[in-house]
Design a binder for this molecule. Structure first.
Ligand code: HEM
Length: 194
């Protein structure tokens, strides 16, 4: 360490992060035009799903998903799920994931393609390449899965998201722990905000 002061010494304290982020299209920054195709997803969603895999017991779960934006051409995505009993009572916290949905641009305009980057607390990161099917369905498959040395062996996955009668539905297929690609989750969530 030297006695020299860094260039920012003596400058005013840094205030709060100065930019707004929102899941509500009525407030905050304007949605970037490149996100128009993903607009139906923006909001907070809550609902229930069912999970299974050949190596585990089937289960019911609840989930909250939030898609938000800060005016730039990507969506922030976060999901928290918890295992429930058949009456909906919480049993234990389950999967969490956060990431980014990025429309692929060509000549400055959004195409039907979307890149989705997700990160899990279980040591797994998924990179999806997806395709919009019509205006309310997104079909994606992993282009890469990266995992820590202590994570379960996940080799690939597919996700299909759709908005059906105002609800967000998805199906998640997984190739992991020596098993071929097959269903792990499916869920239906209602819009609760945004
Ligand atoms: C809503 C999201 C999810 C929920 C509620 C969920 C729930 C579960 C549950 C309850 C189990 C049984 C074992 C345990 O209790 O931990 C499990 C196992 C597993 N899940 Fe998920 N999961 C979710 C998403 C994912 C994702 C995104 C991946 C991979 C990218 C994944 C990969 C696995 C694997 C590899 C196992 C272990 C199978 C085994 O060891 O035999 N899950 N999941």
């Amino acid at each position: 360490m030297t006695d020299e002061q860094p260039p920012w010494a003596g400058l005013a304290q840094v205030g709060e992060y100065p930019y707004e982020e929102t899941h509500d299209l009525r407030v905050g920054p304007d949605l970037h035009p490149a996100l128009l195709g993903l607009l139906p997803l923006v909001g907070v969603w809550r609902g229930r799903g069912q999970g299974d895999y050949p190596t585990i017991e089937g289960f019911h779960y609840a989930q909250e998903i939030r898609f938000s934006h800060d005016g730039r051409p990507f969506l922030f995505y976060e999901s928290r799920a918890w295992v429930i009993d058949v009456d909906g009572n919480p049993i234990k916290p389950s999967n969490r994931e956060t990431g980014w949905w990025r429309p692929v641009l060509a000549d400055g305009k959004a195409t039907d393609e979307v890149e989705v980057l997700l990160s899990q607390p279980t040591g797994i990161m998924e990179l999806y390449i997806g395709q919009a099917k019509g205006t309310t369905q997104w079909d994606m498959a992993t282009d890469a899965v990266v995992r820590t040395s202590t994570a379960k062996e996940v080799r690939g996955a597919k996700r299909l998201y759709g908005i059906v009668e105002g609800a967000l539905l998805y199906a998640f297929d997984l190739a992991a722990v020596g098993q071929p690609l097959q269903p792990h989750l499916s869920a239906r969530l209602e819009r609760v905000a945004g």
